[in-house]
Write a protein that binds this ligand. Structure first.
Ligand code: BG6
Length: 529
């Protein structure tokens, strides 16, 4: 065990790019240091933060994990992974190559502690290492990152507590980042909150939802609250309904074991989709202070009318063709039960019981192996009130839809009616489109930079509070209960590469609406199908 406490200044390139505030000096302790999340996302995010000039010279990294890894082999493995991510270029980490100065700066600050984090012994070693680092650095700030399977969250925090590693003294802070999933239903989320709140105070806990690390998700707040034109329209008088889609073109890949016990509802709805929902539907907070924003989110989730199981459609993919490639059905995936009743698709309708959203249905859908990869929110405005144009009855006028594209091709579009050039009044649907890439340099990000940086500076605005997480689980719990009591009928019920089960179309057709086609271009959006 060695401790790396190099305090060489940040590379010149880094300093030149620095624009914002540097995070205070601290040690980041990553449980699951040798795991996939650390390699693919956490370390690339640190590298990007360094290059953006956001890491202090006294920043240190400690990896904790099982296996035969040591500091040298850890640094080597991480370097290899960064190299292959950069070379691949198709994943989250895009770089023309690794900046050697920046990498060496990071690598010098890395130490690996090998051991079993379910046993007390490693915590004594960690304590000794952190004490040594604190003395050299002159502060004891530590951010613990639990990049491990959720079954370890409670136990690790208890060990940290017993070893007195969570105690904040002399103005130093101790914070803990907890990855998803936070519970698998309301009861388990409550139990986990109760367990960790015996050891930590709420302001030490950072429950991550990586959707909030996406620029385009954060931009929804700017769109709503930094512009005057949207808010007057943002209510039941002008909006007929809202569609939210998170469609994926990946299947469960190697995650069958995890996914078969989880399913699309738990995996995506009370967390990622609800975070999008909150950005769209919450009331304006009095400030962007973490507690003001989180209070508004909790208020919104608490206003969700208990979801009726009749308003929910579940689906499971059969074999099919995705992006031109034949793929197998869910039940044939590795580590998935051959008669699995786990859903890989869910669509639901929910109502929000408050003045702003009374009688405005929100339709949410998400699924694996769908026709295109797209995450978006489409706000459908009410039709013009009467038919001024005799040849075009009002219900046939193209719809006004504001579509916020979260990924890919981040941006937004507004579709509306225009007169087709010519002697007759012929109306057509057109769109105004804004793409981030047309205005801004693409940011090199894996989506975790802002989240890690915010933890280091103590800004919890993008993280979940205990009551917010519980309110979200509370909203979906009736569905989980109903499904547990009633197995799905016909599974599988959609072909991989399709738009999902037919029943999802009927869910909207009942109300006189139709889903926007998954992955359609903005200009076609206003057209009735
Ligand atoms: C994860 C889910 O939290 O989010 C995955 O566990 C899902 O199943 C992923 O694929 C989607 O995130 P993104 O950023 O790829 O849209």
């Amino acid at each position: 065990m060695t401790s790396a406490t190099s305090t060489a200044p940040a590379p010149a390139a880094t300093a030149a790019r620095a624009s914002g505030r540097q995070a205070p000096p601290a040690t980041l302790v990553i449980f699951g240091g040798a795991g996939d999340l650390t390699k693919r996302l956490v370390v690339p995010a640190l590298y990007n933060l360094l290059r953006a000039g956001r890491l202090a010279d006294d920043f240190l990294i400690v990896g904790v994990g099982r296996g035969d890894t040591d500091t040298q082999s850890w640094r080597h493995d991480l370097r290899q992974m960064m190299q292959s991510l950069a070379a691949d270029g198709s994943g989250e980490f895009r770089a023309d190559g690794i900046d050697e100065d920046a990498w060496n700066w990071l690598a010098r600050r890395m130490t690996f502690l090998s051991g079993d984090f379910t046993q007390p012994e490693i915590y004594s070693r960690l304590k000794a290492l952190l004490a040594e680092q604190s003395t050299k650095r002159g502060n004891g700030n530590v951010l613990f990152y639990l990049a491990v399977a959720d079954k370890f969250f409670g136990a690790i925090i208890e060990h940290l507590g017993r070893a007195q590693l969570t105690r904040q003294t002399n103005g130093d802070w101790r914070r803990v980042i907890i990855e998803k999933p936070f519970g698998h239903d309301l009861a388990s989320a409550r139990a986990l909150n109760a367990q960790i709140l015996r050891i930590l105070t709420e302001d030490q806990i950072y429950r991550i939802d990586h959707f909030l690390g996406k620029e385009s998700v954060q931009n929804i707040l700017v769109l709503r609250f930094a512009n005057g034109i949207f808010e007057p329209l943002w209510n039941r008088d002008h909006i007929s309904h809202v569609q939210m889609t998170a469609a994926e073109t990946v299947g469960v890949e190697t995650r069958g074991r995890f996914y078969d016990g989880t399913g699309a509802l738990r995996d995506m709805v009370p967390n990622h989709l609800f975070q999008l929902l909150a950005m769209i539907a919450m009331e304006p907070p009095v400030s962007f202070n973490a507690d003001d924003v989180r209070a508004k989110k909790t208020e919104l989730f608490s206003a969700i009318h208990p979801i009726s199981p009749d308003d929910v459609v579940r689906g499971q993919y059969a074999a099919g063709t995705v992006l031109g490639k034949p793929v197998r059905g869910y039940r044939q995936e590795p580590a998935v039960a051959p008669s699995s009743a786990t859903e890989t698709y869910v669509a639901l309708k929910l109502a929000i019981d408050n003045w702003r959203w009374a009688r405005v249905p929100f339709y949410l859908r998400t699924g694996k192996y769908l026709a295109a990869r797209t995450t978006e929110v489409a706000i459908h405005f009410r039709q013009a009130p009467y038919a001024l144009f005799r040849e075009t009855p009002v219900e046939r006028l193209p719809r006004n839809i504001l579509t916020l594209r979260i990924q890919p091709d981040e941006g937004l579009s507004v579709s509306f009616s225009a007169k087709r050039p010519g002697q007759d009044i012929e109306i057509d649907g057109v769109a105004m489109d804004f793409s981030y890439s047309d205005y801004f340099e693409p940011l090199t990000t894996v989506g975790y930079e802002t989240l890690i940086y915010d933890c280091l500076i103590g800004d919890a605005m993008l993280f979940q509070r205990a009551d917010t997480v519980e309110a979200a689980w509370c909203a979906v719990q009736p569905v989980l209960d109903a499904w547990a009591a009633r197995p799905p009928g016909e599974f599988p019920n959609y072909a991989a590469g399709s738009s999902g089960p037919d029943a999802a179309d009927r869910l909207l057709a009942r109300d006189g609406y139709a889903w926007l086609p998954i992955g359609a271009a903005p200009a076609r959006r206003g057209h009735r199908r």
